[in-house]
Design a protein around this ligand. Structure first.
Ligand code: FAD
Length: 512
């Protein structure tokens, strides 16, 4: 076993540059560190979508050493406090709530105070107050157009939890320039062939422009092409289209109506007859896309629906059609090759799992790094953890669909059909019919989404939990009621303290 001295990252999208930069920072590239090279193809280019993130991105940017202001300016970025789901429970025009919110802030809990969810289920927040509105002030702040932090707050910190929306191409560019300052060497070339050595590990990749490149460890970041992990090593792809149906996207970028238009600090996800639209506000434009199931509609109808959603701003613009491989490889680390990004898998972008999974895979490679060259145990652990992560994300995304009350199209009735729901999710839903979900239902280090995210979606989708716990086990109703009142009062005060979202973004942009 020889120590790992060289890493070749193949592919320069978000996955490639994020992995290269993070590994350079955490493993070191100078005297005694690891030599990291990234090869990317000018001809093939990057996918260039992926504009919504999860709060974990702040930790990643901070470790990389990219300051928040630079990131906001160079990536046309804005703040994201959560996701607003329109018409997921019932179609437009039906009686009942027309949307719910998944905020990133956890439900309030004072030291020694009660956990709020069981009391909310018992009605302590009052009738008709959604859990997300009762348990944190974030929904109110976001609804009123305010930001999650103040101009004087430190980088990556604020009173409310947040992530970002950004321009994916600009983000890859920023990561690339930063990774090179951390010592990553860049080669522009297209890989034509992957050579295997004795024992089936990768010996080298053969490029058109830069000859043959060798390394001790290869990281496959070639996107959906998966040239190394799929093409050369044949790691099977598990398609999950029988659970998550959407497999196409039509994406378009449109300007704001006026330059000072308010910018929503949340992704707007609106359910439609055969899928849903994302609507993301960046500083200078909106990114909008319709993600749909080709089994339940066709591309022409999807184009029509996207244009209806956008209105006149779509006139004269052509959307980009993307065909999606929905699923993942159960084995993402084979011999001396690790897949990170779309080469490892892709789940639909409903809760921005793509970049979160890139971050998770990168942390695993970095912190479990087999310095002594003993790859097999690290690979085993990596594969088990990534597979478990994907399985949990599939369950979480399916949760958004399977509780719908919509019966207005086969897309929705098929989604609620129990045969399309993974057994693991069905088992959890069965338990939560008579008790509140608890953090012990979740294995923290495997989950991308914290228990509160599950709770916000579960009760946003109006899941019926009939609490069977004996009343004596929930003795804190008075304290819980008081806490709900405090949150409501603080929500109003917070507006005086927090700038509007556009004002905060403009503040960072002026600093450049
Ligand atoms: P790519 O960007 O495709 O990069 C592949 C790289 O490999 C390129 O540099 C290319 O040049 C190189 N390459 C390929 N073949 C070769 C070769 N033979 N030789 C040399 N180089 C090669 N994620 C989120 O987190 N949030 C979202 O909101 C979100 N929305 C999405 C919406 C859609 C419609 C889609 C499809 C994805 C979305 N994602 C989202 C996922 C996200 O876009 C990806 O996870 C992310 O962009 C990483 O892509 P990548 O780097 O793996 O692949």
């Amino acid at each position: 076993m020889a120590a790992i001295r060289t890493i070749l990252v193949v592919g320069g999208g978000t996955a490639g540059w994020l992995a290269a930069g993070f590994l350079a920072k955490t493993l070191g590239t100078q005297g005694g560190g690891v030599a990291i090279t990234l090869v990317e193809s000018k001809e093939i280019g990057i996918i260039g979508v992926g504009e919504g993130t999860f709060p974990s991105i702040r930790g990643t940017l901070s470790v990389l050493g990219i300051d928040e202001g630079r990131f906001i300016r160079e990536c046309n970025a804005t703040f994201k406090q959560g996701v607003r789901f329109n018409h997921w429970v019932r179609p437009p025009g039906a009686r009942g709530a027309d949307h719910y919110f998944h905020p990133f802030s956890q439900p309030s809990q004072r030291p020694g105070g009660p956990e709020l969810l069981p009391y909310w289920l018992l009605g302590a927040a009052g009738d008709g107050v959604p859990f997300a509105a009762a348990a944190t002030m974030q929904k109110h702040v976001a609804d009123m157009g305010h930001a999650p932090k103040r101009t004087g707050d430190a980088d990556f910190h604020g009173p409310l939890n947040y992530a970002y929306h950004f321009d994916a191409t600009a983000f890859a560019r920023l990561l690339a320039s930063h990774a090179q300052t951390l010592g990553v060497r860049r080669i522009e070339a297209t890989v034509d062939q992957v050579k295997l050595g004795a024992g089936g590990a990768i010996a080298s990749v053969v490029t058109r422009e830069a000859g043959e490149l060798t390394a001790d460890l290869f990281i496959d970041c070639t996107g959906f092409a998966a040239r190394l992990i799929g093409g050369a090593l044949g790691s099977p792809f598990r398609n999950i289209n029988d659970t998550l149906f959407v497999d196409r996207a039509l994406a378009m970028q449109v300007p704001y109506d006026r330059p000072d238009a308010p910018i929503p600090s949340y992704t707007i996800s609106t359910a439609h007859e055969a899928g849903w639209t994302w609507d993301i506000g960046l500083h200078e434009r909106r990114g909008i896309g319709y993600v749909y199931s080709s089994r339940h509609t066709n591309d022409d109808r999807a184009d029509q629906l996207l244009r209806q959603y956008i209105g006149p701003a779509s006139d004269g613009r052509e959307p980009r059609l993307l065909k999606l491989n929905v699923g993942y490889r159960e084995t993402q680390w084979v011999k001396n090759c690790v897949a990170i990004g779309l080469s490892g898998g892709f789940l639909e972008p409903l809760e921005s799992s793509g970049i979160g999974l890139i971050e998770a895979a990168t942390y695993l490679v970095s912190y479990l790094f087999p310095h002594d060259g003993n790859l097999a145990p690290a690979a085993k652990l990596f594969n088990a953890q990534m597979k478990a992560r994907y399985e949990r994300i599939v369950d979480f995304v399916k949760l958004h669909y399977c509780l719908t009350q919509r019966t207005d199209s086969s897309f929705w009735t098929d989604n609620a059909d129990p045969s399309s729901i993974p057994e693991s999710l069905r088992e959890q839903l069965a338990m939560w019919r008579t008790r509140a979900p608890h953090r012990l239902d979740f294995v923290t280090d495997i989950e991308m989404y914290p228990p509160s995210s599950w709770q916000y979606v579960l009760y946003g989708m109006e899941f019926p939990t009939r609490m069977l716990a004996h009343p004596s086990t929930l003795p804190d109703a008075t304290a819980a009621r008081r806490e709900f009142q405090t949150i409501a009062q603080l929500s109003h005060h917070a507006l005086a303290d927090l700038p509007t979202h556009r004002a905060l973004v403009e503040h960072y942009r002026r600093q450049g």
